[in-house]
Design a protein around this ligand. Structure first.
Ligand SMILES: *[C@@H]1O[C@H](CO)[C@@H](O)[C@H](O)[C@H]1NC(C)=O
Ligand SMILES: *[C@@H]1O[C@H](CO)[C@@H](O)[C@H](O)[C@H]1NC(C)=O
Ligand SMILES: *[C@@H]1O[C@H](CO)[C@@H](O)[C@H](O)[C@H]1NC(C)=O
Ligand SMILES: *[C@@H]1O[C@H](CO)[C@@H](O)[C@H](O)[C@H]1NC(C)=O
Length: 333
């Protein structure tokens, strides 16, 4: 009795699923320019849609056959994709749409996939550079070449690796200078200078060179007041800077190594030219700094002297002169 009931149960389940498979929705056509995936149209089954290349789906991507024997959702279609709709061609180019891609017919003087590049034969880069449209192509000068351009630099500079800037050649390091043995080579931006330190001639005082850039006073005899009032030392410094350096800025610092007095004073010596461009300030108790106060247009050579005097109870103990020579290049690089 029990097993009979089980067989009956199984049969009615089979029958139910058979009857269910007979309940179908109407046949569904694939969209034009597309395909339908899934063959069963029975209740509860799902079909999917895909479009051919160059077309995009409008409407649901899938539909389900419902208990009411109708498909849910709206009818699906495949719409042609217009690659030109976003106006991809630049500079007056005309867009031609093809299945799955587009191409541009460029206006005269332009080339590239989207007509983005000026044609060399019609527009040269250096001209663009002058008009400022292409930004600054070259730091110094632009030279047209067949099919392109290159940057050039003034004498004394090499073009940098990126081809656009100029790098100073260190003539002092590369032996491209003609300084003599008793001269010191100072590399400057775009050139070099040969300098030679000669100790100053001051009445009643004599100086001796203690290093290539320094002179010190020989001991004075006790009765020689003029000698003991002369500066104890002269130091020489050479700076190379580019033209039109922004100001104010510190150019040089002078410090007392072992101050012996109770007071140190720093002051600027030199003529009107030095005062026009420089000033001297104290930066801490033992240090004075030479400041550039206004931009200098090169080429130019400026000189300034910083005097440091030591005092003890207002009695001068010594004077130390630092001569700074500044070589300003012709260019801002
Ligand atoms: C600069 O360029 C020249 C060639 O134009 C080359 O001979 C020289 O070695 C370069 N100098 C430096 C310092 O790179
Ligand atoms: C060194 O060379 C420069 C040119 O580079 C020239 O003007 C100058 O007279 C030369 N100086 C000496 C001492 O030969
Ligand atoms: C320089 O020294 C001499 C003696 O050696 C002296 O007669 C003269 O007055 C001194 N000159 C000055 C300016 O002190
Ligand atoms: C100097 O530099 C300033 C900007 O720092 C610039 O405005 C000015 O034109 C430059 N002067 C010259 C003569 O190049």
């Amino acid at each position: 009795q029990g097993s009979l009931k089980q067989v009956q149960k199984l049969l009615s389940a089979h029958e139910a699923s058979y009857l269910q498979s007979l309940r179908t929705c109407p046949k569904l056509e694939p969209p034009v320019n597309g395909r339908k995936l899934g063959k069963s149209h029975s209740v509860g089954h799902e079909v999917h849609f895909v479009c051919d290349p160059g077309f995009e789906l409008v409407g649901p991507e899938s539909r389900v056959c419902q208990e009411s024997l109708t498909w849910n959702g709206q009818q699906t279609a495949c719409r042609y994709i217009n690659e030109c709709a976003s106006s991809p061609c630049l500079n007056g180019g005309t867009c031609v749409d093809e299945v799955n891609h587009f191409f541009c017919v460029c206006a005269k003087g332009w080339s590239g996939v989207t007509c983005q590049s000026p044609l060399q034969t019609y527009i040269d880069e250096c001209e663009l550079f002058h008009n400022g449209q292409a930004g600054k192509l070259c730091l110094h000068a632009c030279v047209n070449t067949p099919g392109g351009y290159r940057c050039s630099c003034p004498a004394g500079y090499n073009v940098t690796r990126d081809g656009r800037s100029c790098k100073d050649i260190d003539e002092c390091a590369t032996r491209q200078n003609n300084c003599t043995k008793d001269q010191t080579c100072i590399n400057t931006y775009g050139s070099f200078q040969c300098v030679r330190v000669d100790c100053p001639k001051i009445p009643n005082a004599t100086y001796v060179k203690t290093s290539p850039m320094r002179c010190e006073r020989n001991p004075c005899s006790v009765d020689n007041k003029a000698c003991s009032q002369a500066p104890n030392s002269f130091s020489y410094h050479y700076l190379a800077v580019v033209s039109n350096l922004s100001a104010p800025r510190v150019m040089f610092r002078v410090s007392a190594m072992r101050p012996i007095g109770d007071t140190l004073r720093f002051s600027l010596l030199g003529g009107r030219q030095a005062r026009r461009h420089f000033t001297v300030q104290r930066s801490d108790r033992v240090t004075g700094q030479l400041m550039l106060v206004s931009p200098v247009q090169g080429p130019a050579t400026l000189e300034a002297e910083v005097e440091m005097s030591e005092l003890e109870r207002r009695v001068p103990l010594g004077r130390y002169i630092t001569k700074v020579t500044m070589f300003v290049s012709q260019y801002e690089f």
